[in-house]
Structure formats: structure tokens, C-alpha cells
Design a protein around this ligand. Sequence first.
Ligand code: FAD
Length: 513
Amino acid sequence: MSRTFPTSVDVVIVGSGPCGAAYARVLSERAPQATLLTLEVGPQLADPPGGHVKNILDEQARSAAQRASEGPAPLSADTPTDTMDGYADEAPRMARPGTWLLPAGYRQPGEDGLPNAAMSSNVGGMGAHWTGACPRPGEGERIAFLADLDELLTEGERLLAVDDHAFDDAPFADEVRKRLADHLDADRAEDRRVGPMPLAVTRHADGRLTWSGSDVVYGDVTRANPRHTLLPEALVTRVLLTDGRASGVRVRDLQTGQEHDVAARYVVVAADSLRTPQLLWASGVRPHALGRYLNDQPQTVYAVRLRDVGHADQEDVDPRGRSSIVAQSGVSWVPYTDQHPFHGQVMQLDASPVPLAADDVPTPGTIVGLGWFCAKDLQDSDRLEFDETAPDPYGMPGIQVHYRLTEADHASIAAATAAVKEVAAALGDPLGGEPFTFGPGASLHIQGTVRMGETPDGTSVCGPTSEVWDVPGLHVAGNGVIPTPIACNPTLTSVALAVAGARSIAGSLSERN
Ligand code: FAD
């Protein structure tokens, strides 16, 4: 039986990842009279919608949910379900469970390209597969023209249920942070010192851990909102415009192949950093900055074994006393500073990423993975182009990536490599040879393609409320909106920017009602 698509709503949201969900949540809270429709190209994996796949305990069911998220290019059925598997994998293109790689156009001849650029197609988007690290941007990462950035970040932390202390009792986490701090903290401002990584994780009274996906961002208020509808397997092919203003969307029901036009007063495109500009382009919205300032965070990883630590107490090893520690146990954060312009993510792994001797069983918590992320040297020429004659697997204009690492990027990667080796030496004994730098796109933190600006000077796509310049009623959301070359994990920042956009729509709706 075919589904009913509404003919008219107040707000259409394209995409159900954390940023689309943030719009639905804030609008449900601030504009409860508004009719809201979320359209998502991928299938629904869980009930409530948008749950994180790591919360699915059954391995087979988790694997099935990951395959269902991989759009037109699912991985083989026996792919390991742990996204940390292959942490230091040197494969030229690395697809992580729950994601699918750009099938074509990811590199032009003579360029670096983004061979690891990936997407997720499912209710919850990549937010059903992510690691949940939610650091705040600092110093040069911050968006200077947003006076209320800190308040927006606080709201983002509320929506994502960010917790700084979920893994406080992980074995040796304090020792890792002490060694990092002794080595790095001397000249740092108080809010930029080494600390636990803020994580979008909830630790329940019984010790159980659950990961925040869009389900947490939606929250009960959105689920209880009778005026919000979420339709999965619904591909938005076009934003409709009337007299230059967004007036709705054209959507293809992937269950039946039928197309529907839905009228709307506001359209929010939260369809990831590759597909948000794709949809704008397909709709004839093509400002100069669209798809430009494309950036991904070059990422260098290394592993180390803690030196001079005893054996953790059994209690420390497993706070729940049931199973082994989870992969993300003990995640520490080395914040970006202008002097140390890298974001450091330090994870105590439950297995070594490099082979150890067969009889060498490491004490849990003593193998530490270091990931140093760099900020990209932003270029107008790093861009996405779109080609209607070579459509993508959904029939949308094909994506062509133009992307180069500049000399400054190579210098920054070399400096990150040196920094990570120095930090590793301060922690313990390095494992394996040299640090390894992933190919571009592997951070999965693709940014800048629909960037925000203070004024419409041609270097941005949208203004401070994420409304597209010169297209009233059309908002964009996601990591693509971030205008600064941030090195830290971007989702908290993107959700914070979505909060500002949703508040501005809620304000306009209540003025007009
Ligand atoms: P997405 O979550 O990508 O959602 C976009 C949605 O739009 C998708 O569901 C897609 O199917 C849908 N869509 C696209 N086009 C259309 C269309 N035309 N019509 C309808 N629907 C459409 N980030 C961090 O900050 N910290 C981390 O620790 C972290 N770890 C990660 C680990 C992994 C393994 C992965 C995969 C990602 C990680 N990320 C991390 C990245 C994080 O998941 C993303 O930044 C975040 O999900 C972006 O949210 P979003 O809502 O903008 O986009």
C-alpha cells in the first residue's frame, strides 16, 4: 500500500542525521504548532528511529543494520561490526561499516582527491555509526562572528547528551591523561588543557552504556509531537522555488517510485556535506561558494604501549563486572591550540592495531591509539562539481571532487607526525614503525561545502542563521556549514549551528502565526 505524503507543511527537513534531527527537536520545542516533515533517503534501522547501531547488542542484527545503511554499495556480510577494526589500515580506500564510498569522481588526474569520502544512507545518518566524540572548537577553530557560539554549543551538548565523565573509571585513563598533561599543558589556557574527551554517551544506573544517535537528539518531545512526520526511503530530488523563495520539495518515494511535491514555508537541507550542495545544485541554487572550500581533516595515527604501569584491578578492567572493556574506554582529548594546531584523540584500545607476539597479552587499557587531526589549508579551488550526465546511484547529479593538499598541508601533516611521535614517547613504547597518515577523506569530517559567512561576499553560501543568501526560506545544515578549518570532530559544532537556524525559523513562524 502506498504511503501518504502531505501536500503542504510548515517545514520540510531533508535528512535525519544529528543536524536534521536538531531542527526537528528545536522546532518541536519552540514552535509546537508548526507542521514538520522529515524526509530521509535511507531505511529506518531501529525503533525509536535514529538509534545508534552500537546499541544493538546482537551481532547479526547490528551487521544487518550496517549493511542497510550502506546505500547502493553494501559491504560484504562478514565485515566486522566494530568501526575501530582497521584503525591503522593502510588500504588506499577504506569503507567503514555503515558507510559507503563515493563510487566515482573522488579523484581527478594529478590531484589528491578524497578517496575515502563516504556517506551513510539510513535514518540517523552517520550519527547511527559515529564514535560520539564531541569536543568544543577553540582558538582559531572558532567562528569569530558568532557571538553566541558558546551558548549554542551548550545547547548542542544538551541535544546530543554529551558527557565528559562516562569513562572516568577506565583502566589507566588517569595515568594517560597525567602523562599527556605533564608533556603538553604548560602553556595552555585552562579550557584547552588535556582532559577526558566529551562523548555523546549515556551511562545508565545499571552501568550499561548507550551511544547517542538521532534518537537522542529527537528526544521524547519530537517523538510525541503529532505534527512531526518522518518518512524513510524518500529521496528529495529538488528544492522547489517560487519567486526566488523556497516553497517546497519534490520527493521520490523509493518504495513505489512515485514522485510528490510537498509545499513548505521553510526547507532545511541537512543531507551531509556532499549531498547538501548536490541537492542545491540540482535545484538550480548555485552560488559561487557552493561546493567550494571543501575540506577534510588530514589524520595521522600511531599506537603506543603504556610504559611502567602495573596490572589493573579486575574491578578497574570491567566496571560492570560482565564483559571486556568497550573499544572507546578511556578516550582522552588534546585540544587544538594555535600553538599546537592539531586535535588529538587518544583512545585506549581493546586490541593492538599492530600484531604482537602470540604470547604477549597486553593488560587491558595499556594499548593506546593516538589520532592527530590537522586543520586544512582552505582553498576556493578545492571543490565539488556536479554532472547531470553522469548521475550517482540515486540518479542525482554525479559528484566530481577537485581536491589538493597544499604545501602548507604537507607541512602541517609533517608537524603532526612529529608531534604524535613526541607524545607517544611521553606515554610509553611505540608499537610498529612510523605514524601513518590516512588518505584524504578518512576522517569522515568533510566540511565547508555550504559554508556560513558573516556577509554575502561570495565566499559563503549561507548567513549566520544558515539561511542561504538570496534564497529566503532555504536553510542548510551539517558539517558543510562550518566556515573555519576546524581540526576537532565537527558534529557538536554543526548541531550548534543547526540550533541557531532552527531558532530563527521558530521565531519567524511565531511572528507570522
Ligand atoms: P548525516 O549524519 O550524514 O545525515 C545526513 C542524512 O541525509 C543521511 O541519513 C542521508 O541518507 C540523508 N540524505 C542525503 N541526501 C538526501 C536526499 N536527497 N533526500 C533525503 N535524504 C537525504 N563526528 C564527530 O563529531 N565525532 C566523532 O567521534 C565521529 N566519529 C565518527 C565515526 C564514524 C565511524 C563515522 C561514520 C562518522 C563519525 N563522525 C564523527 C561524523 C558524524 O557522524 C557526522 O559528522 C554527523 O553524522 C553529521 O550529521 P549530519 O546530520 O550533518 O549528516
